[in-house]
Design a protein around this ligand. Structure first.
Ligand code: FO1
Length: 313
């Protein structure tokens, strides 16, 4: 069964790992948000691509979900001695990824090729696909004015109220050939439990992406990142609220209405089933919280079974 997943950072990467475990090696493609990408000290950093890559390579830091396990921070300490503001915690091994990516970009390679090279060198058999090769940047509008995404997310600790989100450069972006192929060949399409506003929406906003998804007859299923009215991780709950969405699995389903055929929600939110079914979506209620590797694999398998049942029905 060929599966195409859409993912942002930590939550999305966890389900992608579960799907990878449940599938024959090589049958998973993951389209990843690149609107969090930014440059720091001349290095091009792609946090969501790297989080997915390290997680699928089984070298991610289990405490944070991002960065590399057993990491050291000697380079960052030296930058600190030079008087630099070291607010973004780049580890030594992680820096190697950014050095190589940046040098290949400067040599004219596309982000898609570079990501394929890096992930295959780390032994990842799934395809990790940037949503596009053009630069796109999320700008978060707050009462203090517009902020670059990582300024909002890491430097200011997601404390600002989000009044709006814009995607700089999105008009010039296009789904890559690899992305279009992954969607066209998929037997199931899975929207991972990533932030619907700043992780999945940028992927959907790439001109041509919604049409590519609509052109696929494969069942499409989204896993809610909101459980019991709270985000599993990060600021999704506060963002949904400040942008006028209901903070619930139903609120997430409303964002994906007309795009997906099914929603996977947590058992705690079972009472929302009728409302979501009213959107014309099928609902699977299960344990949607991934605490460990066993949870990821179980949820991955359940999501695939749900997709198979929708495809057969
Ligand atoms: N997130 C943090 O909260 N603090 C950090 O210092 C940080 C560093 C970092 C370095 C490399 C990387 O790939 C990711 C990193 N992240 C960090 C995570 C990242 O900013 C967010 O998870 C995503 O951008 C949101 O999806």
């Amino acid at each position: 069964m060929k599966v195409c997943a859409l993912a942002g950072g930590v939550g999305g990467a966890k389900l992608a790992a579960g799907l990878q475990d449940a599938l024959v090696p090589g049958d998973l493609s993951v389209i990843v948000n690149t609107a969090d990408d930014f440059d720091l000290w001349g290095l091009h950093i792609c946090p969501d691509l790297d989080t997915v890559m390290y997680t699928l390579a089984d070298i991610a830091n289990p405490q944070t979900g991002w960065g590399v396990r057993d990491e050291s921070f000697a380079a960052l300490s030296m930058l600190d001695r030079y008087g630099e503001d070291t607010w973004f915690k780049l580890g030594d091994r992680d820096i190697a990824t950014h050095i190589l990516r940046t040098s290949k970009l400067r040599a004219g390679e596309r982000l898609t090729e570079i990501t394929a090279h890096l992930s295959s060198a780390l032994g990842v058999q799934s395809r990790i696909l940037p949503m596009c090769d053009e630069p796109v940047s999320t700008v978060v509008y707050t009462p203090d004015g517009p902020l670059e995404f990582q300024e909002y997310f890491v430097r200011r600790g997601q404390r600002d109220e989000v009044l709006g989100v814009k995607l700089r450069g999105i008009e010039d972006a296009r789904p890559t050939k690899a992305v279009s192929n992954a969607i066209a060949k998929a037997d199931a399409i899975v929207f991972c439990p990533s932030n619907p506003i700043v992780s999945i929406s940028p992927i959907l906003a790439v001109p041509g992406m919604r049409e590519a998804l609509a052109g696929s007859s494969a069942p499409k299923v989204a896993v809610s990142p909101i459980v019991g009215g709270r985000a599993l991780k990060g600021p999704a709950d506060r963002m949904l609220k400040s942008l006028g969405h209901e903070v619930s699995a139903t609120g997430v389903a409303g964002i994906y209405r007309g795009v997906v055929d099914g929603m996977v929600i947590d058992r705690a939110d079972e009472k929302e089933r009728p409302e979501i079914e009213n959107f014309g979506m099928n609902v699977l209620a299960t344990d949607a919280v991934m605490r460990d590797g066993a949870d990821r694999t179980r949820l991955g398998r359940e999501v695939l079974e749900f997709c198979a049942a929708l495809g057969a029905g």
